[in-house]
Each structure stands twice: as structure tokens, then as C-alpha cells.
Design a protein around this ligand. Structure first.
Ligand code: DSN
Length: 425
């Protein structure tokens, strides 16, 4: 089968060649490069077909069977399926699948469970937390008091005793167990115990590891958290979007009200359909194999990098994510990201714990294996990736090295097409 991505019906090439040109360029970048950003992935064609399908055309303010617009009989069925599938996948009795993005899902959880001015406690953004976990530049830091905790300065691991001490001192109304640059498993049970000891709610933001949890490769917050938020597009490999799981009817009602009419109007039913497809895919046995391989690949990549004298925050990984401390290479995260980009390797600069550099420069580089694993790459390819990274970062401004590595990557990635059967022009 030789068809353009978007299917044989895509007429954009003729109707809007200016846009089509950039579409093709981005597709080529994705096909021919190594995608190592841990929060990115390649959604299946079914997910993309759903996301780009006719559900785009429909307004559906409200919830299934309680809409403010007519004509929603089939939209309702699909949203109900998305709800049922997400509940089953994570073993939780209530789900809201309408949040447009992770930040909105987190905002809904705050609005549902807190009052402005209440204290929240999560990991510092600069140490691996998230903007919405209390950063002063975000709504979470502006509307709520924040008592952030740090990772242990030596081991870079979560220090649950220290977190408990801080919870005791600050008495937060809500604790947040959620991470964007923490390479180790999280003990949601310990977080729940700490939250309970100070009468706080526990919000688990499982965005990064949702796919690992669905595939049984990371412990689940189910049974521990008072509310669980997640994006759908990271390890879970769905469309861009989010959902919120609640363990009780009382919380679910508050969440539903916070999402609509609290924060959003019309839900993106095309994206909800795509979420339903992704939940269905994640429930299949092969998704378990995929999730386990993500972690195997991350461990293999971490080991190969350490063999090449890269220093890793926390000394390794047990998830999909690796955080490199570049200081022994006399290089910043910004420089490394730019050099790798030029060689066809996409990663992102990231602060390391107690980073001496600003968040825009950083001393760290964040990597992840979900996207490469989706392409079918295994441990052998991870060793090649580490070698290419080493080669480029040893001579970061050598254009010949970059070009040579880029060509080698182009040849290797051609063996792992993202969408087999599709051509690029
Ligand atoms: N921006 C996401 C990430 O890259 O981790 C978190 O929202």
C-alpha cells in the first residue's frame, strides 16, 4: 500500500500546498529522526483517524444524556465508551474524559477539591515536578499557597521521610504525586499515607507513566489517590488530551462540575473518540509487552550512556525516562539539545536537581524511550542511540560529525517506519 499519511482522501496537497509543504517536512523529520522526548509518542493511525474525523463537527456541551445541544445520540455512545474503557483500564469507578489537556485536568482537580488560598504540596518544578504542581508562574502558584518539596540532594530520590516532615510542618490541603523528570518508580502508597496523616487529599498526576501503569510496568495510584489526573498522549500513546479518574461519586461530581461548566465549554468529541480508541489499544495484551519494552529500552539506553561516561541523575532509571547531568562534559542542556537536533536526535534540555543554570539553559538533558519503542526498536538500537549521542556531544559544533550521524540515523530509522506502508510524498 502506498498512500500519503492522512489516507487516500487527503486533498490538502492540492488545496493548500503551502501548509502541505510543512506537513510533509514535519512528517519527514519524525520519520527520519530519533524521537527521545519522554513525553512524546506516535499515536496509531486509528487514533489519528478518530482525532481527525467527523466528530470534529459536533458541539456537545454537557455530559452524555445531559447535553445542551441536539444530535448527540452517537456522540454520547462514544463518550460513554471512552469513560467505561478508561475506568476499566485503571480500575477506578468514575472517569471524566473531557479535559483538553493535562493542565486543564489538574486545574479541574484543584477547583474541585480546594479553595483559593489553600496550601498544596508537590515536587519543585526545577527538581522534576510540573508547572501545575505549584510553580509561581502558573495558576497553581498564583491561586494557592505552595509548600514544594525537593528530591534528596545526594541520591536524587524522593525522600518520603522528609516529605512527611514537610507535610507535618505545612499541613497542605492537597499533596501532589506527579512528575515530569523523575526517572524512578513512585510509591503512591507512601504518598497516600503521608497525605492521610495530615488530613490532606492526594492527587496523583500519572501523565508520564499512564501507559506504563496500563501495561503493568509501573505501580498504579489506584486505591491510593483521591483523584488521578493524566494526559493521554505520553506513554499511553493516545491523542493529545487528558482525563480524570475519581474513586468516589462525591469527588466525581465535583470534578464533572469543575470541568464543565467550570473550566470548559464544548468538549472536543473527536479527541474523546480518539481517547476511546487509545484506551482500547492500551487494554490489549500487546500493550503490556510494549510497556515492558519501554522500560527495558530505557534501562539499556541508561547503561550504554553510563558506559560512555554520561552521568545520570539518580544513577539510572526504572521507568521510561532518563535525566543526564551534563556538567562533567562541560556542556549545558541548551547546547546539547541544539547539537543533537542538528544530527536528527530530538531530546529536551531540562533542569537537574539544584541546577546552577537557569531553566532556559539548564545542566541537564531529558530522554525517554516511548516513541522509539513504538517504532519497534529494542536494546540493540538503544546502544546505537547512545553511541550517536556520544559522538555528537563530543564535537557539538562539528558539522561533519552531525551530518554523518544524521545519515546513519536516517538509514537505521528507515528499518522502523512509524506508519508502515505510507510514503512521504
Ligand atoms: N510538557 C510535559 C512534559 O514534557 O513532560 C508535561 O506537561
Amino acid at each position: 500500500m502506498n498512500e500519503k499519511y492522512g489516507g487516500e482522501n487527503m486533498t490538502l496537497a492540492q488545496s493548500d500546498p503551502e501548509i502541505w509543504n510543512f506537513y510533509q517536512k514535519e512528517w519527514r523529520r519524525q520519520e527520519e529522526g530519533l524521537e527521545l522526548i519522554p513525553s512524546e509518542n506516535y499515536a496509531s493511525r486509528d487514533v489519528m483517524d478518530a482525532a481527525g474525523g467527523i466528530f470534529t463537527n459536533k458541539y456537545a456541551e454537557g455530559y452524555p444524556k445531559k447535553r445542551y445541544y441536539g444530535g448527540n445520540e452517537w456522540i454520547d455512545e462514544v463518550e460513554l465508551l471512552a469513560i467505561e474503557r478508561s475506568k476499566k483500564l485503571f480500575g477506578v469507578p468514575f472517569s471524566n474524559v473531557q479535559s483538553h489537556a493535562g493542565s486543564q485536568a489538574n486545574m479541574a482537580a484543584y477547583f474541585a477539591l480546594l479553595q483559593p488560598g489553600d496550601t498544596v504540596m508537590g515536587l519543585n518544578l526545577s527538581q522534576g515536578g510540573h508547572l501545575t504542581h505549584g510553580s509561581p508562574v502558573n495558576f497553581s502558584g498564583k491561586l494557592y499557597k505552595v509548600a514544594a518539596f525537593n528530591v534528596d540532594p545526594e541520591t536524587h530520590l524522593l525522600d518520603y521521610d522528609e516529605i512527611a516532615r514537610q507535610a507535618e510542618a505545612h499541613k497542605p490541603k492537597m499533596m501532589i504525586a506527579g512528575f515530569t523528570a523523575y526517572p524512578r518508580q513512585v510509591d503512591f502508597g507512601k504518598f497516600a499515607k503521608i497525605a492521610k496523616s495530615v488530613n490532606a487529599k492526594l492527587m496523583a498526576d500519572m501523565s508520564h507513566v499512564a501507559g506504563l501503569i496500563a501495561g503493568g510496568a509501573h505501580p498504579s495510584p489506584t486505591g491510593h489517590a483521591d483523584v488521578i489526573t493524566s494526559t493521554t498522549h505520553k506513554t499511553l500513546r493516545g491523542p493529545r488530551g487528558a482525563f480524570i479518574l475519581s474513586p468516589s461519586e462525591e469527588t466525581a461530581k465535583l470534578i464533572d462540575k469543575a470541568v464543565f461548566p467550570g473550566l470548559q465549554g464544548g468538549p472536543l468529541e473527536n479527541m474523546i473518540m480518539a481517547k476511546a480508541v487509545a484506551f482500547h489499544e492500551a487494554a490489549k495484551p500487546e500493550f503490556k509487552t510494549y510497556a515492558r519494552q519501554i522500560v527495558k529500552n530505557a534501562k539499556a539506553l541508561a547503561a550504554a550512556l553510563m558506559d560512555l561516561n554520561f552521568v545520570l541523575v539518580s544513577g539510572g532509571t526504572d521507568t521510561h525516562l532518563i535525566l543526564i547531568d551534563l556538567r562533567n562534559r562541560n556542556m549545558t542542556g541548551k547546547e546539547a539539545q541544539l547539537a543533537l537536533d542538528a544530527a536528527g536526535i530530538t531530546a529536551n534540555k531540562n533542569t537537574i536537581p539544584n541546577d546552577p543554570q537557569s531553566p532556559f539553559i539548564t545542566s541537564g538533558l531529558r530522554l525517554g524511550t516511548p516513541a522509539l519503542t513504538t517504532r519497534g526498536m529494542k536494546e540493540k538500537e538503544m546502544a546505537m542511540v547512545a553511541h550517536w549521542m556520544d559522538e555528537v556531544l563530543k564535537s557539538p559544533s562539528d558539522e561533519q560529525v552531525r551530518a554523518k550521524v544524521k545519515e546513519e540515523i536516517r538509514r537505521m530509522t528507515a528499518e522502523f517506519p512509524i506508519y508502515p506502508g505510507l510514503i512521504k510524498n
